[in-house]
Design a protein around this ligand. Sequence first.
Ligand SMILES: [Zn+2]
Length: 74
Amino acid sequence: MNMSGSLTSQQAPCGRLVDAKRYQDQDEDVVITREVDYACGCRSIQHEYHDGCVSRKIVHHDGTVLVDELLSAE
Ligand SMILES: [Zn+2]
């Protein structure tokens, strides 16, 4: 399964209002990937694992990693 869509006037992690593209993928190995690519170059990537863990990574368009975290399931 593969879904994608365009978004307009999204606030990117750097604070700009830009267009963005959203992707969603599901892998055989379990993982759901949700990714948002902002027009300025910022990116937001989230993976959801079968056990309920979620990892999240937000990258500024200059390459700085703003958020890189793993949230475990209760
Ligand atoms: Zn940006």
